[in-house]
Design a protein around this ligand. Structure first.
Ligand SMILES: Cc1cc2nc3c(=O)[nH]c(=O)nc-3n(C[C@H](O)[C@H](O)[C@H](O)COP(=O)(O)OP(=O)(O)OC[C@H]3O[C@@H](n4cnc5c(N)ncnc54)[C@H](O)[C@@H]3O)c2cc1C
Length: 451
């Protein structure tokens, strides 16, 4: 009998897992992907750039279409939603969203890769026409529909990375953009001293940042569409509202089937991405909780980098392999207008809250030799363990060429290196690329003098 693998969700984690199993087991396995949209393997990360008009969408954002997956031997059922999982009988019930018909699929192995959903707090008016969460390609299409009526004012609620990327996109389309966030500084994944730089740079680029202002309500015009966003101190005109309040694991189906979920609502798995307590159910991507490599604590981190790696691990393990997902450092890069932003590991505030004794060093430097054309400002913060000097975190805010320097720090932290080790690394130097001391090394050197 051919082994049956059913995969719920056909994007980063699900499609990667499906492809890896098929590649490994070939004719010995039938892999069926159930995907409720009409797209598979798309780049949600590209949505802000599509909205800005920098890249085409939605088809251009598809990395591998259902037809391409089919040509590689996968069974791909689009516009089909999994509605229930029965773990005793090893079946998934699914509904065809076009015909409304129900069907039941048997599985030997099941992969749950249902992703995340944007947070929509119970604020009055949050479901008004013209208020958009940004998660799926269909959200991009809906947002473009709202933009067709040539709106003037946009409000982005929430200043995480999706919020600021969308703020830039809307500004590039010529809208007057305000970001509202309950926190004083944008990007809570950074320490406040780095976040404040982003607020001031955004202001300089014409995006208004209103920090410390929780949204109280979203109000409608007489035609029923969104008209303004109300905070304690202002009524901000808004012809379109974008929600950037983060995401939560889409684990409802798993919960209903009795599968374990954690304190952040994500599905719990072991380090092989096997759902805890189940031999033949696997899960990965935005619907699971991950383990922080530095702290050993579970957390929810919705990033495509992790989802793709989870898919690879799941696929290999279903095929009889022994791959481990080793945890995360929350390495992330982003940008708003000309400003690049990146972070890895622990924030200073986070480490201190956990009772870790840390030192931190901040340096201001240049992205290239100071005299070289195009050299821009860069600020780097390094966090290290007091005593040992082990590098624990790094945050970078600066002009072109800044963000991806975080990978030096990510590699160092991953390998348990000290700030002294980082200061001694043999990195490349030439005036068009870097000052003679790379700014990450300058910050590490400064921290090394403090531990
Ligand atoms: C605007 C934006 C920008 C981003 N930028 C970055 C970035 O720069 N870098 C980065 O690393 N990450 C980024 N991300 C995050 C990244 O896109 C996600 O982490 C990644 O897509 C998660 O993959 P996934 O497979 O777990 O979930 P998803 O990509 O959400 O896929 C889950 C799929 O499951 C389907 N599904 C759900 N329930 C069912 C069901 N019951 N039946 C059938 N199908 C179902 C959904 O339709 C969806 O297609 C960004 C996300 C967004 C929204």
């Amino acid at each position: 009998m051919t082994r049956q693998v059913v995969v719920i969700g056909g994007d980063a984690a699900g499609a990667s897992a499906a492809s890896a199993v098929k590649r490994a087991l070939k004719r010995d396995v039938k892999v069926t992907i159930l995907e409720r949209q009409r797209y598979t393997s798309y780049s949600a990360c590209g949505i802000p750039y599509w909205m800005a008009g920098q890249v085409d969408g939605p088809d251009r954002l598809v990395v591998r279409s259902p037809e391409e997956h089919r040509s590689r031997g996968l069974v791909v059922r689009t516009r089909v939603e999994a509605t229930a999982i029965d773990t005793d009988r090893q079946i998934v019930t699914a509904r065809d969203l076009t015909s409304g018909e129900e069907e039941v699929l048997d599985y030997d192995d099941l992969v749950i890769a249902t992703g995340a959903t944007p947070v929509r707090p119970p604020i009055a008016g949050i479901d008004l026409p013209g208020v958009h969460g940004i998660q799926l390609l269909s959200d991009g299409l809906d947002t473009l529909e709202s933009l067709r009526s040539n709106p003037t004012h946009a409000v982005v609620v929430g200043a995480g990375y999706i919020g600021i990327e969308m703020a830039e996109a809307l500004q590039q389309r010529g809208l007057d953009v305000t970001i509202v966030d309950m926190a004083e500084q944008p990007m809570r994944s950074l320490d406040p001293d780095m976040g404040e730089l982003i607020a001031s740079e955004m202001e300089g680029m014409g995006i208004t940042y209103r920090g410390g202002e929780p949204v109280q309500a979203i109000e409608a015009a007489s035609d029923g569409r969104v008209a303004s966003v109300l905070t304690e101190s202002a009524s901000i005109p808004a012809d379109i509202v974008v929600l950037g309040l983060g995401v939560q694991p889409n684990s409802k189906l798993a919960k209903q089937a009795g599968l374990p979920t954690g304190q952040f609502g994500g599905i719990l798995t072991d380090d092989h991405q096997r759902v805890e307590g189940y031999r033949n159910i696997w899960s990965g991507g935005d619907c699971v909780e991950v383990v922080g490599k530095l702290t050993g604590r579970r957390m929810h981190v919705a990033l495509g980098t992790h989802a793709n790696k989870h898919g690879r691990v799941i696929g290999a393990n279903i095929a009889g392999g022994d791959l481990v997902f080793p945890g995360v450092l929350r390495t992330a890069v982003s940008k708003v207008c000309d400003l690049e932003i990146s972070r890895v590991g622990m924030r200073q505030s986070e480490a201190e809250e956990m009772g870790w004794a840390v030192v931190s060093a901040v340096v201001k430097a240049h992205t290239r030799a100071h005299y070289f054309p195009g050299s821009g400002k860069i600020r780097v913060k390094v966090i290290a363990e007091k005593g040992t000097g082990r590098m624990l975190g790094c945050q970078i805010v600066g002009m072109a060429g800044s963000a991806k320097r975080i990978d030096i720090a990510a590699t160092a932290i991953w390998n348990g290196m000290s700030v002294e080790d980082v200061a001694s690394l043999d990195l490349g130097y030439s005036p068009p690329f870097s000052p003679v001391w790379d700014p990450v090394q300058t910050a590490a050197r400064k921290a090394a003098g403090m531990v």
